[in-house]
Design a protein around this ligand. Structure first.
Ligand code: SF4
Length: 367
């Protein structure tokens, strides 16, 4: 048949320098990647690798691990070697761990210029070590730990102050001929954060890592991140993203992936098109949608599954999807590609949808 038309997108990517974080290309020639950060003690290698495996399964492209102690630094070589996705070491305070992380074979190192005293004096050495190993550096400025010099100059963590801190640090690396940089300027206020990234995007061509820091628990953090990333991605700004939630990192990776899928910036996988329900509903739509979502979780093929509470809009939406159900009178009409393939009693709707979804998935992805 006809090839599917390319998805509609909102903006061309802002052209950037390119770099590689392990096997993952970063910059405007590459898809936007999703990052998260482990919550395990990094020195606990098994627990950390287990969490990285869960993140990988949840669609995380790149993972960051904290490195606050010598024991954590000592664990980096094994974690970097055994992880299936690139590992970035997150370094605050101690320049010696930057060298340890580069030496360990980490795919990149994140440094916070506000939290490494005398860091600037050692940039020549860091640039040299990073160049030798081909290790990119992320300059990660955070409103909560802004360079005191810029805090004094701007009075608070304004968008200008955040951007100035990052650009200053980048200029020090550039003086040593080092440009394998990615920049982030995180703030907990999405509006301040968006302005800071807009300033960066106008002022440099380094790839940018988006994040709303301390975004909060899952509900608030998801919304803050989604609106802020949407405002920037709509302008083509953003090359990697991290959703920060006070929730397990797997949730961060899922939300990040869903944000990109929502903007057609990552191929859509499973998509549940369920109705909000209303006074006409003849079935518990919330329960049905949750059960179908749970039953199909982890499906790798793109599939739109419609779950509709009645036959008013039900059949129409169900027809637009790959697969769907419209409920009524204690029964469910099951649609596949616009055709009613069967009508089943209500208690069999979920299992029938899952059966049909698996059958479609097999056809789409021949073993
Ligand atoms: Fe209401 Fe039916 Fe529309 Fe669901 S599909 S919102 S139950 S009219």
């Amino acid at each position: 048949g006809m090839p599917a038309p390319p998805p509609v997108t909102l903006a061309a990517r802002r052209p950037t320098r390119q770099l590689r974080v392990g096997a993952v290309g970063v910059g405007s020639d590459h898809p936007i990647s999703v990052q998260s950060m482990t919550t395990t003690v990094t020195a606990d290698v098994n627990a950390t690798l287990q969490q990285i495996a869960e993140l990988t399964a949840a669609g995380c492209d790149i993972v960051r691990v904290a490195c606050p102690s010598a024991d954590d630094a000592a664990a980096l070589p094994e974690i970097a070697r055994k992880s299936k996705i690139p590992v970035i070491a997150d370094i605050h305070f101690q320049p010696k761990y930057v060298f340890a992380a580069i030496e360990a074979g980490c795919a990149a190192v994140r440094v916070n210029p506000g939290n490494i005293k005398k860091f600037d004096d050692r940039i020549a050495e860091i640039a040299q070590a990073a160049t030798e190993r081909g290790t990119p550096i992320r300059i990660g400025v955070n409103a909560g730990s802004l360079d005191p010099r810029l805090m004094a100059k701007h009075g608070r963590a304004t968008p200008e102050a955040l951007a100035e801190s990052a650009l200053w640090e980048a200029s020090l690396f550039a003086e040593h001929g080092f440009h394998d940089l990615k920049i982030s300027v995180k703030h907990n206020d999405p509006v301040v954060m968006v302005r800071a990234y807009e300033i960066l995007a106008e002022s440099c061509d380094y790839p940018l890592h988006l994040g709303v820091t301390e975004a909060g628990p899952a509900f608030q953090g998801t919304i803050k991140s989604a609106v802020a990333f949407g405002a920037l991605l709509r302008q083509g700004i953003g090359d990697t993203i991290r959703v920060s939630l006070s929730a397990p990192p797997v949730e961060e990776a899922k939300v990040g992936g869903q944000i990109l899928q929502s903007l057609n910036l990552r191929p859509r996988k499973l998509e549940i098109v369920s109705c909000p329900s209303c006074g006409r509903a003849q079935v518990d739509v919330y329960k049905l949608a949750d059960e179908v979502t749970a039953g199909l979780e982890g499906m790798e093929v793109p599939l739109r599954v419609a779950v509709m509470g009645c036959v008013v809009n039900g059949p129409g939406e169900a027809r637009e999807a790959d697969l769907g159900v419209a409920s009524g009178n204690g029964k469910g009409q099951i649609f596949v590609k616009g055709e009613v393939v069967k009508t089943v009693p209500e208690h069999r709707i979920v299992e029938t949808l899952i059966e049909e979804a698996l059958r479609i998935a097999e056809e789409l992805e021949p073993a």
